[in-house]
Design a protein around this ligand. Structure first.
Ligand SMILES: NC(=O)c1ccc[n+]([C@@H]2O[C@H](COP(=O)([O-])OP(=O)(O)OC[C@H]3O[C@@H](n4cnc5c(N)ncnc54)[C@H](OP(=O)(O)O)[C@@H]3O)[C@@H](O)[C@H]2O)c1
Length: 356
């Protein structure tokens, strides 16, 4: 099946104003693509100025803003016309106070509309969907290493009744995981039935790395949690701040989307976990705090998890372990070192005036 390059027409990116979407746009423009950056409101400089500014950076490609909304069927018809590939990174993930049902619809129901616009174009050969590790992870013993063969619906009995469609309107995490997994399966089936297009998914884990604009500091995002830790505040997203951070750089996630359009190793149904490259990128919160402290010795206090003296107050459940080995092997992805990623994340907060 066809791979695509800059000569095959523009590439459209939904969710282009977002944290991941913006880096996808930048990477494509750097590599010489004409990018149709699909945003909800092209007149809002807080969300789009960093995208239009790319046209002044002397990149080989270019960026054009096109408006569209996931919740309006046909909204992307014009944006996708003549495109060689579509990267669908837009989603209602909950940052805009969406209900669990809206998260489900934004991540599954509406994906069908977006895909229909791609089919209608008649020129789109690759449809790359930003899924999530949520479509993979499920209850497993500590230390279990997840791979692309895992699906969130595996081992349902271990969810103790929580894994039911009745819980979609009640539980954001269930809604999100089910929606992403169903969207993937729907896309692979429809693409196979159509025959002219291949659907490929990128499944990121904890995405951190530099922010391109202030708006990327969405409350409760992983990057936002790092900002709070740098302000000396405890990590609050999990009990006692205990979590295994399985980190991936947003720039690596972005590149993987482009490579999924370009490489023949990827084909319809391919899914790529974007997580740590090796164990150095997997850090318990106390280890993450220690790394930040070693990179920023001038910062007096950095927050983290509950400690008793120098040791964690309690043990952290050892999950999720997973490595982006398939993306390296089949897409040829090269990844940033964890310290480079942490430094770039924090430095971008300083540069944007959100720290210090
Ligand atoms: N960040 C992570 O750690 C992570 C991990 C796994 C998977 N993902 C997936 O990666 C994708 C991007 O996430 P992100 O972290 O970059 O989040 P983000 O910064 O909030 O980006 C989400 C994007 O979707 C757009 N969007 C939301 N509702 C929309 C609608 N109704 N119509 C059109 N566009 C809409 C947003 O536009 P506005 O700017 O107008 O709101 C924004 O551009 C999502 O699919 C998410 O599920 C992220």
């Amino acid at each position: 099946m066809a791979t695509i390059g800059p000569q095959d027409g523009p590439v459209a990116v939904t969710g282009a104003s977002g944290y991941i979407g913006s880096w996808i746009v930048q990477d494509l423009a750097e590599q010489g693509y004409s990018v149709r950056a699909c945003v909800r409101d092209a007149s809002n400089p807080e969300k789009v100025a960093h995208l239009t500014a790319l046209n002044d950076e002397g990149l080989r490609g270019s960026v054009e803003l096109v408006e569209g909304d996931l919740f309006e069927p046909g909204s992307y018809d014009a944006a996708f016309a003549g495109c060689g590939a579509v990267i669908h990174a837009g989603a209602a993930v909950g940052y805009n106070r969406e209900t669990p049902q809206e998260v489900y619809d934004g991540c599954f129901t509406e994906v069908e509309h977006v895909f229909e616009s791609a089919l209608k174009a008649g020129t789109v050969r690759r449809f790359v969907f930003t899924s999530s590790f949520a479509a993979v992870g499920h209850p497993r013993p500590a230390g279990y290493v997840f791979t692309e063969k895992d699906w969130c619906g595996d081992n349902v009995e271990a969810y103790q009744g929580r894994w039911s469609d009745d819980n979609i309107p009640k539980n954001r995490d269930i809604a999100y995981a089910k929606a992403k997994a169903r969207a993937e399966r729907m896309l692979y089936e429809r693409a196979a039935a159509d025959g002219s297009i291949e659907a490929i998914s990128i499944l990121p884990l904890h995405v951190i790395g530099p922010l391109m604009c202030v708006n990327h500091d969405q409350g409760w995002s992983w990057q936002n949690c790092i900002r709070f830790m740098m302000q000396g505040k405890p990590y609050k997203k999990s009990r006692g701040g205990r979590m295994l951070w399985n980190n991936v750089d947003v720039r690596d996630v972005a590149r993987a989307h482009r490579l999924a359009c370009e490489r023949s190793g990827a084909q319809n149904g391919s899914r790529y976990i974007l997580s740590a490259a090796d164990r150095s990128g997997e850090l318990f919160t106390w280890q993450l705090r220690d790394r930040l402290a070693s990179l920023y010795p001038q910062v007096a206090e950095i927050g983290g998890e509950e400690m008793e003296g120098d040791v964690p107050a309690d043990a952290t459940y050892d999950s999720p372990r997973s490595y982006c080995l398939l993306a390296k092997e089949e897409l040829g992805l090269e990844t940033f070192d964890i310290d480079e990623t942490l430094r770039a994340t924090v430095d971008s907060y300083y540069r944007l005036g959100l720290l210090g």
